[in-house]
Design a protein around this ligand. Structure first.
Ligand code: SF4
Length: 286
């Protein structure tokens, strides 16, 4: 991966004006996909792969091509802000804060899990299993067990939230952690969108253990599939509704114009953070 990153840096420094890799660069990336160890997968990469296999490939090998529009950036920032608020509302605990230094984060998480008196919550716990790493928003200590809490700045449960939780639960249990329940930390719909950052009642927990259990067996299949994708050339997937549902893909400029049914275009408009907590409905046409 170090050589891949160096290549990516080299590509960005050459100031390419279109985003097609030059033939020699494309050949080098293709060669790397065949010969290098599988890059470590993360929860977000698996969720990207669930949206589109071309997206996960680009996330790993051409991340410099990502372009987030202002709406996407605002939504990402709101998610970050709500995550910080949620930590305060959940109660006491210790934040495992090592940025992208996953090795240190995993080490510190292991220390906390192995201590005689683990904190009430371990925030951003770093756990790995079978070459997949996840950062859990909060692990709540319940005796000798844990509740896994995933925070989402949305008022409603969505399918990909459940898949997100299933990936984390698969990793945590695979690493030996006894996960008792899985909870989503959502925006309280009774708190107005303009007040949620100031209210002490903005967070509501919803138990999704049963829904997660139904999807756990699929995670292993996803992981093996995406490992295979990452050992192959860039998938030739054409743009379509998957480019904006369940969320906008930051590689649309790379893949070309997206022709969407009108219902899907209205979905994109509804995702604006000023108009709803987060788009929660997927039109059947998409
Ligand atoms: S823009 Fe569309 S086709 Fe291209 S990677 Fe993203 S989801 Fe896939």
């Amino acid at each position: 991966m170090q050589m891949v990153r160096q290549l990516i840096l080299l590509v960005s420094l050459t100031g390419e004006s279109n985003f097609e890799p030059k033939p020699a660069e494309a050949a080098t990336i293709d060669a790397m996909t065949k010969t290098f160890p599988t890059p470590r997968l993360s929860k977000s990469k698996i969720i990207s792969g669930r949206q589109c296999e071309r997206r996960i490939w680009l996330e790993v090998y051409r991340p410099e091509l990502r372009r987030f529009n202002p709406i996407q950036r605002a939504r990402l920032q709101r998610g970050t802000d709500f995550g910080v608020l949620a930590r305060a509302l959940l109660g006491g605990g210790e934040l495992v804060d090592f940025g992208h230094d996953h090795r240190s984060a995993i080490s510190r998480t292991s220390e906390l899990l192995g201590s005689a008196n683990p904190p009430e919550h371990i925030f951003e716990a770093a756990i790995t299993h079978q070459n997949v790493i996840v950062r859990v928003d909060a692990l709540r200590t319940i005796g000798n067990e844990f509740d896994l809490i995933e925070v989402k700045s949305s008022t409603e449960v969505k399918e990909y939230f459940i898949e997100d939780c299933a990936i984390q639960t698969w990793v945590a249990r695979g690493a030996g952690l006894p996960i008792r329940r899985v909870m989503l930390g959502l925006l309280n719909p009774n708190v107005g969108i303009s007040d949620w950052s100031r209210s002490g009642e903005s967070l509501r927990l919803q138990d999704v253990t049963d829904q997660v259990s139904e999807r756990l067996a699929k995670v292993h299949v996803w992981v093996r599939r995406f490992e295979s994708v990452l050992h192959s050339p860039e998938p030739s997937i054409i743009p379509g509704p998957q480019c904006i549902v369940p969320f906008g893909c930051p590689f649309v400029h790379r893949c070309g114009p997206t022709r969407l049914p009108p219902a899907c275009e209205s979905t994109e408009r509804r995702s604006h953070p000023d108009t709803s907590a987060e788009d929660s409905s997927t039109p059947s046409a998409c």
